[in-house]
Design a protein around this ligand. Structure first.
Ligand code: G4P
Length: 285
C-alpha cells in the first residue's frame, strides 16, 4: 500500500472508488471497516455508510496497541450501539486477529443459518476490507492470510480482476481492499490525521502541528508530558509556549539559548507516532 500513502484525493478518485466499491459489494457478505482506534471518527470515511448501504458491518479498531485502552473500550460500546460488530486489533503484531472470524459469524448468524437450511453449510463468508490509507489494511490482510498469502484463484461468478484470499476459519477476503478518503474538508480531522502520520504533514506547519498536539496532551494526558518532557501538569502554558518548554527541558537550544522549537516539534511528532509517550487516544466518544 506504499503507493497509497501519497494519494491526493480529488473528485475523480472518489468517483472511481465509489464505482469499485459498488461493484464489489454484491460479492461479499459483510464490509469490514478498518478505523484507527486512536481517532475512530477522523479515520472514518464520511460516505461509507451510504456506500455500503445495508451490508452488515464489522468495525475493526486497529492500532489498538497505541490507543488508550479505556477510551478504546468506550468506542467499542459506541459502535456496538450503532449496530456494528466490533473488534479491536493490533494488525502489526497480530493481536486480536483471532476475533475476526467469530465476530463475523455472530454478525451474520441469521444469514449463515439460511445458508445451512439451503444445504450450503460449508460456504465461506466473503468480506471486503475498507479503510483510509495507512490505517493498516495490508497488515491486517497479511495477518489474516497467515503470513503466506494463499494463492488467489478465479471463481465462477467473480469478475476476473477480483480474487479471493483464503484465511483460516472459512473466511475469504477480496484481495483488493477499498481505499477510502478521509473527511478532507474538515480541518480538525486533517490535523488529527497528520498528528498520527496518516497524512503527509509537509503541507502543514510542523511547529503549529506539534503545538496543537502538546496542547491536546497537556489537557488529556498531562502525566505523559511530565514523564517524557518534564512539563508540569499544572504548567499554565498553551500550545507554542509548551513547545518552547519542551525544547528547553530537552536541552534543544539554538545559539544564544533560544529554544529550538523546530527540533522539538520533529521530536514530539516522531515520539508520539512511535508510541513513546504511551498509549494515547486523540478522540473520545
Ligand atoms: P494500509 O494498507 O491501510 O495503507 O496500511 P498498512 O498495512 O500499510 O499500515 C500502515 C502502517 O501502519 C505500517 O507502518 C504498519 O506497520 C502500521 N500498522 C498497521 N496496523 C498496525 C497496528 O495495529 N498497530 C501498529 N502499531 N501499527 C500498525 P509503517 O511505518 O508504514 O511500516 P512498518 O512500521 O511496518 O515498517
Amino acid at each position: 500500500m506504499d503507493d497509497m500513502k501519497d494519494i491526493q484525493w480529488f473528485p475523480g478518485h472518489m468517483a472511481k472508488t465509489r464505482r469499485q466499491i459498488a461493484k464489489s459489494l454484491p460479492l461479499v457478505d459483510a464490509a469490514a471497516e478498518l478505523l484507527d482506534a486512536r481517532l475512530p471518527l477522523s479515520s472514518r470515511n464520511p460516505e461509507l455508510g451510504a456506500l455500503t448501504r445495508r451490508k452488515p458491518r464489522l468495525v475493526i479498531l486497529n492500532k489498538a496497541d497505541m490507543a488508550d485502552p479505556d477510551v478504546t473500550g468506550q468506542w467499542v460500546q459506541y459502535f456496538r450501539r450503532q449496530g456494528c460488530a466490533v473488534i479491536t486489533a493490533d494488525s502489526k503484531n497480530g493481536k486480536g486477529i483471532k476475533g475476526f472470524a467469530p465476530a463475523l459469524r455472530e454478525l451474520l448468524s441469521d444469514q449463515l443459518a439460511k445458508y445451512a437450511e439451503k444445504g450450503m453449510k460449508g460456504r465461506p463468508i466473503r468480506v471486503m476490507i475498507l479503510g483510509i490509507p495507512n490505517v493498516g489494511k495490508s497488515s491486517l490482510i497479511n495477518r489474516l492470510a497467515g503470513g503466506k498469502r494463499a494463492k488467489a484463484e478465479d471463481r465462477a461468478g467473480v469478475t476476473r480482476t477480483q480474487q479471493w484470499i483464503k484465511t483460516a476459519d472459512g473466511v475469504e477476503l477480496l484481495d483488493t481492499p477499498g481505499v477510502l478518503w478521509p473527511k478532507l474538508d474538515d480541518q480538525e480531522v486533517a490535523v488529527r490525521l497528520a498528528m498520527t502520520g496518516a497524512i503527509r504533514d509537509d503541507i502543514l506547519d510542523k511547529e503549529a502541528l506539534a503545538a496543537r498536539l502538546l496542547a491536546l496532551l497537556h489537557t488529556a494526558y498531562p502525566q505523559a508530558l511530565e514523564t517524557r518532557y518534564k512539563i508540569a501538569p499544572d504548567a499554565e502554558a498553551e500550545g507554542f509556549a509548551l513547545l518552547e518548554m519542551m525544547a528547553k527541558n530537552r536541552g534543544m537550544l539554538l545559539p544564544g539559548g533560544v529554544p529550538n522549537t523546530e527540533r522539538a516539534a520533529i521530536t514530539l511528532l516522531d515520539e508520539f507516532r512511535a508510541a513513546k509517550l504511551g498509549r494515547i487516544s486523540l478522540e473520545k466518544p
